[in-house]
Design a protein around this ligand. Structure first.
Ligand code: ADP
Length: 193
């Protein structure tokens, strides 16, 4: 199953992806995680992405499209994958369709976690508090100012991606404000599992 998970920052995509990884035995491909790894490694992509990410802005489409194009050729993606944080622009969604078509593949399901925007800042603050309590490093973009930019980027650039898939009749929406287990159940149902 090739699955796209959509939703704003703090919607719970990471949490739900982890559960889908267990259930479906396919990898989660998070462009955010991959970019953070590139930043940590100091690779050319990381150097290009760091300032944009820290500020909460999107990195250029060609960078993430290239990363995903290569990553899904890895053997662990043979039975599918969960895309978390990609596509984030309509141009990325179109590039995804094109690159999958070249590989003889298609997206099987697109699920959007729909959440009340007012809850998102609180969720981010909670995540920061939990991360600090666990003695782990806090993401550079998990601060109120960058988070606001991330939400703005979501509204302007990523919300149209949901519309893009909705127009094709491919979008399934799940209420992301329910308890975590209920969201999991609703996602599973929406993808027929
Ligand atoms: P969140 O969804 O919680 O905001 P992510 O970990 O998915 O966080 O992404 C963090 C940052 O990485 C984004 O704000 C952006 O700078 C960059 N990024 C991740 N995925 C993409 C993408 N598909 N296109 C452009 N930038 C991306």
């Amino acid at each position: 199953m090739r699955l796209v998970l959509l939703g704003p920052p703090g919607a719970g995509k990471g949490t739900q992806s982890a559960r889908l990884v267990e259930k479906l035995a396919i990898p989660q491909l998070s462009t955010g995680d991959m970019l953070r790894a590139a930043v940590a490694a100091g690779s050319p992509i990381g150097l290009k992405a760091k300032a944009l990410m820290d500020a909460g802005q999107l990195v250029p489409d060609d960078v993430v499209i290239g990363i995903i194009d290569q990553r899904i050729d890895e053997p662990d993606c043979a039975n599918g994958f969960i895309l978390d944080g990609f596509p984030r622009t309509v141009a990325q969604a179109e590039a995804l369709s094109a690159l999958l078509a070249r590989k003889g593949q298609t997206v099987d399901a697109v699920v959007e976690l729909v959440v009340d925007e007012t809850a998102l800042v609180d969720r981010m603050r909670k995540r920061v508090a939990e991360t600090l309590a666990a003695g782990k490093p806090v993401r550079a973009d998990d601060n109120p100012e960058s988070f606001k930019t991330r939400l703005d980027a979501y509204r302007a650039q990523t919300a149209p991606v949901s519309e893009h898939y909705a127009q094709r009749g491919e979008l399934k929406q799940v209420d992301g404000m329910m308890a975590i287990d209920e969201v999991t159940t609703a996602i599973n149902r929406s993808i027929g599992h």
